[in-house]
Write a protein that binds this ligand. Structure first.
Ligand SMILES: NC(=O)c1ccc[n+]([C@@H]2O[C@H](COP(=O)([O-])OP(=O)(O)OC[C@H]3O[C@@H](n4cnc5c(N)ncnc54)[C@H](O)[C@@H]3O)[C@@H](O)[C@H]2O)c1
Length: 262
């Protein structure tokens, strides 16, 4: 089945790199006009130029901090003005923070919840009214299997992502009759810059030998014996963002090499 997005406008937060950029690539190559919204405005613009050249589609980069309501509403307004009303919203912007629960501060929790839970919520509030009135919309939120299983050292990230799952399912129930679907893609460890940054920190803390032992034990819990690649995660995103997925809503699709089978 070939997925096409001709005539559609897609907005991807966290689209400057990683899974967000890979998703944007699939959507643009499928014919969508694309906005890459990212807190790193320079990288968003560079990535937009690169993707426009590669896909031949209109692609814009917009600087926005998803945790700030005024940024989000300005960003949504700019995207609609430049590309038209948004049909597809992919929420990929996130941070990761690696700390034991008892070492975490209220400020750590607030920052995480602001970006990883309030971020998608603010974007949905900005985009949903138009989707509902146009009777079409596809929203795909990136979560994490840590939200479903819990994960040591990631308590506040996992809690924020669990909130995103509950948010998407609840809103899916409210807007189903308006032709708007909301679904969740829940990746396992995927080789992106985010993961690489976390690995580099661990490697520096543990030393090479201990780090390699740890990597071997991480890989053992993946029945597929390897970590994921962004391209493998984004084919799930593209399907849920397509017209063909109109009768799928409020669902979680884990793309995780079999790491968890909840
Ligand atoms: N890579 C993995 O192993 C993995 C595993 C599970 C879930 N995920 C989830 O997948 C999504 C994408 O992850 P990734 O690995 O591509 O990450 P990444 O760090 O490579 O990309 C995230 C992007 O979000 C942007 N961003 C961060 N804070 C922002 C803010 N306040 N406002 C706007 N943009 C902001 C960053 O600048 C970056 O470009 C995230 O939601 C992440 O939680 C990733």
């Amino acid at each position: 089945m070939e997925l096409r997005f001709d005539g559609k406008v897609a907005l991807i937060t966290g689209g400057a790199r990683g899974i967000g950029y890979a998703a944007a690539t699939l959507l643009a190559e499928g014919g969508a006009k694309v906005a890459l919204a990212d807190v790193n405005g320079e990288r968003a613009e560079d990535s937009a130029r690169k993707l426009a050249q590669r896909s031949g589609m209109e692609v814009i980069g917009v600087r926005t901090d998803v945790s700030r309501e005024e940024d989000v509403s300005a960003m949504a307004g700019e995207v609609v003005r430049k590309l038209g009303p948004v049909d597809i919203f992919v929420s990929s912007a996130a941070i990761l923070d690696d700390k034991l629960f008892l070492e975490s501060s209220l400020a750590d929790w607030r920052r995480m919840i602001d970006i990883c839970l309030y971020g998608p919520m603010l974007c949905m509030r900005a985009l949903l009214p138009e989707m509902v009135s146009r009777k079409y919309g596809r929203i795909v939120c990136l979560a994490s299997d840590s939200a479903r299983l819990g994960q040591a050292r990631l308590s506040y990230y996992a809690a924020a992502k669990a909130g995103v799952i509950a948010l998407a399912k609840s809103v899916a129930q409210e807007v189903g009759k308006s032709g708007v679907t909301l679904n969740i893609v829940s990746p396992g460890a995927t080789n992106t810059e985010l993961r690489q940054e976390r690995e580099n920190l661990m490697r520096a803390e543990m030393g090479e030998e201990k780090y390699q032992r740890r990597m071997q034990s991480v890989l053992k819990v993946y029945p597929t014996g390897r970590l994921g690649e962004p391209a493998e995660v984004v084919s799930a995103i593209a399907y849920l963002a397509s017209e063909q997925a109109g009768w799928i809503t409020g669902q979680i699709l884990s793309v995780n090499g079999g790491f968890a089978m909840p």
